[in-house]
Design a protein around this ligand. Structure first.
Ligand SMILES: Nc1ncnc2c1ncn2[C@@H]1O[C@H](COP(=O)(O)OP(=O)(O)OP(=O)(O)O)[C@@H](O)[C@H]1O
Ligand SMILES: [Mg+2]
Length: 233
């Protein structure tokens, strides 16, 4: 398995019960997994643990055969090679689209940076917007810039936190399909969290239902939400 999360538990310092309780998840290379749950169920906390922003109280995380964390080891977030798209996109307002995307490219020569930026902007269909600033873009376009920035360094794993929460309903539906297509094209293994069951069904190969930090169900979209046909059929 490409990602192996075993017996992961976590409690915030001021909490009196576990925020994440014995979380186990295996992900194959190239698979898109959705973590679905209501507000406060621990979705963002899982992403914070995977990206190394929090230290688990118990358990281990392996990515591509490399140990990220267990009882005795901890890889710093910047060394995990994980790409992240945040709920509010977190674009740098004073940087153009091109500069935003270039920002994550550390160990590239100047020419490699230019060609990689061009490549990912093309992937998300934003080449003509390269010189614009974030405030000159629509919500959907900003979201694609955030995706391009996360994809640019070719991450080992892509994490997306509620990627559609800032979009209006029509755009959300349009972008769901696009997001799946772009991610599948890159082949990057991805986890995205949402409280929208349609988002989960439209994008994920596998859905994990999280309730109060505990996995209550896990399976392919048809097993997890059996009454409705997947929307991409
Ligand atoms: N820094 C923190 N300190 C203490 N408790 C926290 C902290 N961050 C989150 N929590 C608590 O941990 C629980 C899980 O929070 P988390 O942000 O993971 O939920 P979520 O599923 O992402 O919710 P949402 O859908 O609203 O984003 C919540 O009860 C929340 O109040
Ligand atoms: Mg959250």
């Amino acid at each position: 398995m490409y990602v192996e999360i075993n017996n992961l538990s976590f409690r915030y310092k001021n909490a009196n019960e576990d925020t994440i309780n014995n979380f186990n998840l295996s992900i194959e290379k190239g698979e898109i997994v959705s973590i679905f749950g209501e507000s406060g169920s621990g979705k963002s906390t899982i992403l914070r643990l995977i990206s190394g922003l929090e230290l688990p109280t118990n358990g281990s995380i392996m990515i591509n055969g490399k140990k990220m964390v267990d009882e005795t080891s901890f890889v710093m977030p910047e060394n995990r090679g994980i790409g992240m798209v945040f709920q509010d996109y977190a674009l740098f307002p004073h940087m153009t689209v091109k500069e935003n995307v270039k920002f994550g490219l550390k160990n590239y020569s100047k020419n490699e940076k230019l060609s990689r930026v061009k490549e990912v902007l093309n992937m998300v269909d934003l080449e003509e917007f390269a010189e614009r600033y974030p405030h000159e873009l629509s919500g959907g376009q900003q979201q694609r810039v955030a995706l391009a920035r996360a994809l640019a360094p070719n991450p080992s794993l892509l994490l997306l936190d509620e990627p559609f929460s800032n979009l209006d309903a029509d755009l959300q539906i349009k972008i769901r399909g696009e997001l799946r297509r772009i991610i599948k094209k890159t082949g990057i293994t991805s986890i995205f969290v949402t409280h929208d069951r349609e988002d989960s069904r439209a994008i994920a190969d596998k859905i994990v239902i999280l309730r109060k930090g505990i996995i209550t169900k896990i399976g392919d979209p048809k097993e997890v939400f059996p009454n409705e046909p997947p929307v991409w059929c």
